[in-house]
Ligand binder design. Sequence first.
Ligand code: NAP
Length: 258
Amino acid sequence: MVAIDLTGRNALVLGVANHRSLSWAIAQALHQAGARVCLTYAGERLRPGVEELAAKLEGATTLELDVTHDASIAAVHDRLARDWGSLEILVHGVAFANKEDLEGRFVDTPRQGFMMALDVSAYSFLSVTRHMLPLLETNGASLVTLSYLAAERAVPSYNVMGSAKAVLEQSVRQLAWELGPKKIRVNAVSAGPVSTLAARGIHGFVGMQKHHAEKAPLQRNITKEEVGSAALFLLSDLSSGITGEVLYVDAGYNVMGA
Ligand code: NAP
């Protein structure tokens, strides 16, 4: 087995809400591989929980980061520039849409709800990457964001979040092209349904999980740890020749036609 050693690498991980978060599984995998980890939380309400989780990863730090505010992103950049001086790993596990926009008809999505979902769930990847660029360029870096099959298929109730994921995946390809010369790789993990805070906001999520387990070639749902190890691969040198890709971690569900 090839060991993954991320000793000496700095990792910024966005999107840890609690112990169920996919970003938490990725943070744990990065820590186990030796990376120095900084977890961010979106607001004061989440701070105690995220600090409690960070305490489980020796040497991990926490910072507030609300992706809808450029000043908040800039403050994180300034702090990491001062404390670390470089960033080799960036994990973007952030998404949000109004609950009512994930229940009704897609055609009824109001402008404000559409813009908000795309801002938090897709534009934020660009914005955070741009702000962190001076740090990412220092030694080269690997970036991973989290997507879902609704980026390219119609999925009941996923509505505007599918639109956001489509933009997110296009952004992965465009950023990969643009940042490749700077030795910055950009990829996405497209995860099958995992029970998290965000996922439970999708109307009919439990039925969706059941359907995936019945139809997927592996005949089961995936675990967040499987997302963690796939992301670890993409964030390490084992994937040094890979950029602009969407890696499915969905027990094979996406290959099915009928
Ligand atoms: P999660 O634990 O609820 O994580 C979502 C995170 O996004 C939360 O930490 C949330 O913070 C954060 N967030 C929302 N608005 C933010 C803002 N303005 N600034 C900063 N952070 C903000 O759910 P998750 O399932 O692990 O989601 C992580 C990613 O995986 C998402 O992109 C999701 O679409 C994707 N994904 C999930 C699944 C699944 O089935 N779970 C499958 C495929 C892809 P708050 O709690 O404060 O809002």
